[in-house]
Design a protein around this ligand. Sequence first.
Ligand code: GLY
Length: 443
Amino acid sequence: MKVLVVGGGAREHAIAEAIKRSPQQVELYSAMSNANPGIRRLSKAVTRAKETDTEAIVDFALKHGIELAVIGPEAPLCAGLADELLSQGIACMGPRKAAAMIECSKEFCRNLMAKYRIPGSLRYATFDDAQEAADYIDAFPGEVAVKPVGLTGGKGVKVMGEQLRDREEAKAYAREVIERGIGGGKVVIEERALGEEFTLQAFVDGRSVVAMPAVQDHKRAFEGDKGHNTGGMGSYSQSDGLLPFLTKEDYDFALEVIRKTVAALKEETGEEYRGVLYGQFMKGKEIKLIEFNCRFGDPEAMNVLTLLESDFAEICAKIAEGSLSEKHVSFSKLASVCKYVVPKGYGVNPAPPARISVDEEAIRREGAVLYYAAVNEENGEIYTTTSRSVAVVGVAESIEEAEAIAERAIGHIKGEHIYHRRDIGKRELIEAKLSRLKALRGE
Ligand code: GLY
């Protein structure tokens, strides 16, 4: 089978590795805007196309006789890449644009949840008029989140009590989004959700929904969950598929939200959702849906794909043809911890590209798995860019052991202008999260 992977991050490196583990004969091709050495090594041919350049990617796929495309990031899905590939007879693991709207438009997502009475939604309203947004914020009985409706590469959401000090700052930011056309120039004003975030991802073939282990990402740049938000500095999962603060009932509730959303998408758009559906949830007094993504999470993909035992190429093909069932999917019953090395200043003012050294052999000896992210390999050297650089994943019986493996492994990545969060997956941080949540829930 000839498979094309679109995207050049660690998520796509994990996708490529999982596909290559297939017992089937798979020939891998890739399309990415950077020169990710991990993906490049696994690929028979690479095109350095921008991930949203649908024409270039379709041409590359046709030229190489691609049978199945696995689309990593959201931007090409929102640009209609799956539709273009499907129109050329190429199967896709990744939804058509109509169904990808669940991520491409936060307004579409909230309206869908309201119309189909999907549990876990938040009080919200959308505006393209700054004065109306300001009046709504003034009258809102509590703190709000201000979210551009469209894609902003994970940088658009601001929350009162976090990035926004008060109502005045919330109103000013809503005005800025509208007047500067950020994410399409429309805002969703939403009730602020408090608690612990978790991610539940599911394989969806249009009808069947097969859930993966829950994962917790860490968005804040610095240890102790301090600093600005990033795309995610690292993540962990627990051996039973739950999380230290997440019960089976919580997991089942989140899965029901995903199932109902898949059914609603079919009803609303006439399109079957085929791909990975990612739900970001908040557990506070209740469980609320923060947002949906139309793809694997990054870094969450590295946790679940490292744990995946079954044939991922088969899973992708079954998703694309609408014939997936539970029996095709199994994960090892182990914990995982993923840690990202990033350039200093990542998320606000990243250090300029610089060479880093990655001792792959030493990382392997530590028992960890390495995934290259937004780096470029030039003349055998690895250079950082403005985004995340390299991820390592430790897998073990317990989160603590998996953390120790990841931490030892990450010591074999060296460079002057990089850093990582040492605390992700550490008992102290998890216990601090548990006590914060207990206090919030009055337990
Ligand atoms: N981990 C956050 C995301 O993938 O959007």
